[in-house]
Ligand binder design. Structure first.
Ligand code: SAM
Length: 203
């Protein structure tokens, strides 16, 4: 399909999408917020927590959601892209996989963190295998960081693509966490290979 045809299809789909319309009405920056909301309602991620990290935060709907939920909490968000400021969110513009930024995150909290969420994904290339490998690497990187920096009762949530690295990520998660679930929220597009992995309580 030609590039301008793809973007026309994308615009038409956005217009019809109820989650896009609802996010505009409710003042969220992206329809992605409804994925986090549904996961939170089902798996109780934000119950009794006071610190959170949002990896791959732009344009910012997950951070908006966390900011609403953790009114007195300490929250940090990071993305390669800049985001417009959000109340009570400390934002870093940078590549999360770069050690320099991981150190900055650790210094900001000076302590273990209750919740780490990652919606990191690179722009899709159209090559589903390649996309799932790259997003898998981001998920693995976020999981490794979480293993070192989550509190004992901490929770890690990440986007994961069904593909070559899926089994390896799930196996690592099962080795390190007491509970692991894979879940596709209803707002996640059916045609997308995206799912979410929810890991609770370090072993
Ligand atoms: C699907 S969007 C996130 C949407 C966001 N959860 C929201 O609710 O607005 C994925 C984001 O991951 C970011 N990203 C990809 N690789 C990254 C990396 N290595 N470090 C930080 N952010 C990254 C992209 O720049 C993009 O903004």
């Amino acid at each position: 399909m030609k590039k301008n045809k793809i973007s026309k299809n994308w615009i038409n789909r956005q217009k019809k999408d109820i989650y896009v319309r609802q996010s505009k009405l409710e003042g969220f920056r992206s329809r992605a917020v409804y994925k986090l909301k549904e996961i939170d309602e089902k798996f109780k991620l934000t119950k009794s927590i006071s610190t959170a990290i949002d990896l791959g935060a732009a344009p910012g709907s997950w951070s908006q959601y966390l900011s609403n939920k953790l009114k007195k909490g300490k929250i940090l968000a990071i993305d390669i892209l800049k985001i417009e400021p959000i109340k009570n969110i400390y934002f870093i513009q940078g590549d999360f996989t770069d050690e320099k930024y991981q150190n900055e995150i650790v210094n900001f909290f000076q302590n273990k963190v209750d919740l780490i969420v990652s919606d990191m994904a690179v722009n899709t290339t159209g090559n589903k295998n390649l996309d799932s490998i790259v997003t898998g690497d981001l998920c693995m990187n976020a999981m490794n960081f979480s293993l070192n920096h989550l509190s004992e009762k901490g929770v890690f949530l990440s986007k994961i693509f069904m593909g070559s690295s899926f089994n390896e990520i799930v196996a690592t998660g099962k080795k390190s966490f007491k509970e692991l679930k894979v879940f596709k929220p209803s707002s996640s597009r059916k045609e997308s290979k995206e799912s979410f992995i929810i890991c609770k309580y370090l072993k």
